[in-house]
Write a new protein. Structure first.
Length: 752
């Protein structure tokens, strides 16, 4: 871009795709019109509304801190359920020169236009000197000798075979009616051609032609691309089309754990994973704190994002910062806390409570109190917690503390709110007395065996009322939670972990009575796979507090870890961070652990499973999926360009309604979701939240024994033969309740 100015000045030059400007309705700047426009009489005002309505200052502070839609967009962008093998997208054509010097002498700025761009650019400039200002614009057409238009699908699974149709326009002047053009295709490492790699086309000047190329996705996932090159004599154009090769299963994290009195362990690795993004780790120690890394891996890789779950991914980390073995992770934890607070901002409602999902309009009681527990701990440890968010959250806690308790769960939420208010310096004696009177009236002495009594005891100790504290803390016992008290946020593990956490923080003298047996009893549900996000988070907090109070620093331990590949054992290199840890190969079928004293251990696996499930699975939930044509008939073969209805049918089996269920529907390659068709409700059913991604749709809600039918539309964009991933349904807080449909294949014929 060459430029001059009538006098010495400073200038900013822009060149932007005209299509972008049209979408944004952008007008070239007119600085004179802006600065010399007519102005009405202005009046400066001052106000005292902050003195009359203090909440107004909080609203203003929130706006200044970036609340509102921007935070909502950031929260959504940070969500999980993303395809990590993301295809590369075309760069937008937008250039800014920065502020440069201009004058009567011609100068130049330059930039590279991406090879994928063909169209019109608007070039704009705004200049200013001490005595003048001005603007100018021109348009320029960017095109090569040929326009190549590949119809590339966005996602494929390993083994998929598909057809790519490439349109070719001949723009070479004077090439005539019988111009012969060679069009070739060069795939990247994740793709292979199953047919010809080039085509000879006769395309007249100003006309269009077409060629078809067949590809097969390789065995390994990753971002893939195909470069198409058109040549005629010395004229050449090229374009690169991209797609993602991703497994036909969702990313999953799991781990095994246990306690070995004889310090000898052999555990199979039940999952065979793709090497890409696989994480396998084995840790062992005499300290139960070794289980923390496995639980952390489970939380970090958890694919869903309700308010409790996003807090549980970070909350335990701040509890570990006072433990010497985790101090080196301080910087990363500070970053995660800051990101979490940004995610929580748009979820906080006017009364100070928090919704369970982004965009929710109703407060979720337990998650809101849980958020305030996290913010209280973070604030006490010196993390940056926004004052407006915190003060509004305290207001919500006061509301909860003043409520009447209708059952044991609401009584515990109320006790937690009173406890947190007390930690924030408020005198809560009256609230405690009212809660205790209500519990005594409704449950006689039985309530003293519940965790609510331990929260109340901890609060009394904070208030320096030792008699009341001691009388209430002794009723609860680890493993004493009754089966009829189970629910999403109130599993035995969750209750026992909170008990240990409260003892470590407020009744350390009682920890010695637990000894090792009590801690082993606490983590027993984890050994059996009965853990969830809230239970994992509280367990990490509890083990961290217990280890600090009772066990002290971790000493160097003599532990050997081996992996077995084809029955050949190999000793693995171990690290101490802070426990003995090793990373077995994805080819390993089993691991062994040997030490010289009783030890706890954990074996974690996270990644994509190599094998597709061959059978449907129904364990408490049943899920079925099929595709319907325009007449509502089930189909297994389709045509390119066709719209199909995706039908999901979900129900609980052998039990009452299951709450907080995630239904994950991965799309086959060459299918695109029609976003406007995805329902938030169906007949009597309402979704808690719906997450729509490029290659999947995720529904969250409750499902009963009556079949819930969910329908949405998808467009078939590519011909070929594709794996149809199984649909998954799972209770997020009861990992034993889940269902899965079977993987199949679908054939899509060319539209012609």
């Amino acid at each position: 871009i060459n430029y001059t100015a009538s006098r010495a000045s400073r200038i900013a030059i822009f060149a932007v795709d005209e299509g972008i400007l049209q979408v944004a309705n952008y007008q070239t700047p007119r600085p004179l019109d802006h600065f010399l426009k007519k102005r009405a009489l202005e009046v400066r005002t001052q106000q005292m509304v902050d003195l009359i309505l203090p909440e107004f200052s909080l609203i203003r502070e929130r706006a200044a801190a970036g609340g509102g839609m921007a935070d909502e967009a950031a929260a959504r962008a940070l969500g999980k359920n993303l395809n990590p093998f993301a295809r590369k997208v075309d760069k937008a054509v937008a250039f800014w020169s920065g502020i440069v010097q201009a004058g009567p002498d011609e100068k130049r700025v330059s930039f590279d236009i991406p090879e994928t761009f063909s169209g019109q650019l608007r070039v704009m400039a705004v200049a200013v000197s001490d005595k003048a200002m001005g603007a100018a614009q021109k348009r320029t057409l960017v095109r090569g000798p040929f326009v190549i238009s590949p119809n590339m699908l966005t996602v494929a699974a390993p083994g998929d075979e598909f057809l790519v149709t490439v349109g070719l326009s001949n723009l070479v002047e004077g090439s005539g009616k019988d111009a012969q053009i060679t069009l070739s295709a060069a795939p990247s490492e994740h793709l292979s051609l199953t047919g010809k790699d080039k085509a000879i086309l006769n395309v007249a000047e100003g006309s269009e032609g077409r060629a078809d190329f067949r590809f097969k996705a390789g065995k390994h996932p990753g971002p893939a691309s195909v470069t198409f090159i058109a040549r005629m004599g010395e004229e050449e154009s090229r374009i690169t089309a991209t797609l993602s090769v991703r497994p036909a299963v969702p990313y999953m994290a799991s781990f095994q754990s246990g306690y070995a009195q004889d310090a000898k362990v052999k555990r199979d690795l039940p999952r065979q994973l793709y090497p890409e993004l696989a994480q396998q780790e084995v840790s062992a120690s005499a300290s139960p704190l070794v289980l923390v890394d496995g639980l952390n891996n489970y939380l970090e890789n958890f694919p869903h994002g309700c308010t409790e779950q996003v807090v549980s991914q970070v909350f335990p980390l701040i509890g570990l910062m006072n433990h010497a073995g985790y101090a080196e992770r301080s910087e990363e934890t500070h970053r995660k806390v800051a990101v979490l607070i940004k995610r929580l901002r748009p979820r906080q409602l006017p009364d100070g409570g928090f919704s369970l999902w982004p965009g929710g309009r109703s407060v979720a009681d337990f998650p809101s109190v849980y958020v305030m527990h996290f913010l209280t701990e973070a604030r006490e440890l010196g993390y940056a917690v926004p004052g407006d968010m915190y003060s509004r959250g305290l207001g919500y806690l006061r509301t909860v503390a003043a409520r009447s308790a209708t059952d044991r769960e609401t009584a515990q939420v109320r006790a937690m709110a009173i406890y947190l208010l007390t930690r924030n310096g408020e005198v809560t004696t009256n609230d405690l007395v009212h809660l205790q009177e209500g519990l005594q009236k409704r449950y006689k002495e039985a309530w003293k065996e519940d965790l609510v009594s331990v929260y109340m005891a901890s609060t009394y100790r904070l208030l320096k009322k030792e008699g009341e504290a001691k009388s209430l803390v002794s009723g609860y016992t680890i493993g004493g939670t009754k089966p009829d008290h189970y629910s999403d946020f109130y599993s035995p593990l969750t209750q026992d972990a909170q008990y240990l956490y409260l003892l470590a923080n407020h009744f350390p003298e009682r920890l010695k009575a637990l000894k090792g047996k009590g801690v082993r009893q606490l983590v027993e549900p984890i050994f059996g796979g009965h853990y969830n996000t809230i239970g994992s988070a509280y367990t990490i907090l509890a083990l961290g507090a217990y280890s600090k109070a009772v066990l002290g620093p971790v000493a160097d331990e003599s532990i050997t870890i081996k992996q077995l590949i084809d029955d050949v054992a190999k000793t693995l290199k171990v690290t101490h961070h802070p426990f003995v840890t090793a990373q077995p190969s994805v080819k390993a079928k089993a691991v062994t652990i040997n030490g010289d004293q009783p030890l706890f251990y954990q074996v974690s696996q996270a990644g994509y499973d190599l094998k597709l499930p061959e059978k449907a699975l129904t364990e408490g939930l049943e899920v079925q999926r099929d595709y319907l044509d325009s007449e509502g008939k089930e189909v297994s073969s389709l045509k390119q360009g066709q719209e199909v209805t995706v039908r999901l049918r979900i129900r609980s089996v052998g039990q009452s309604a299951v709450s907080n269920v995630a239904v994950i529907d991965l799309l086959p390659g060459g299918f695109e979701v029609i976003r406007s068709s995805v329902p938030r409700k169906s007949s009597y059913w309402n979704a808690d939240y719906v997450d729509i991604r490029e290659d999947r749709v995720v529904f969250y809600g409750s499902f009963g024994s009556r079949v819930t039918e969910l329908r949405y539309k998808a467009k078939v964009t590519a011909a070929g033969e594709f794996v149809v991933p199984p649909a998954y349904a799972g209770a997020m807080y009861n990992r034993s309740v889940h269902g899965r449909s079977v993987a199949t294949h679908v054939k899509v014929s060319d539209s012609e």
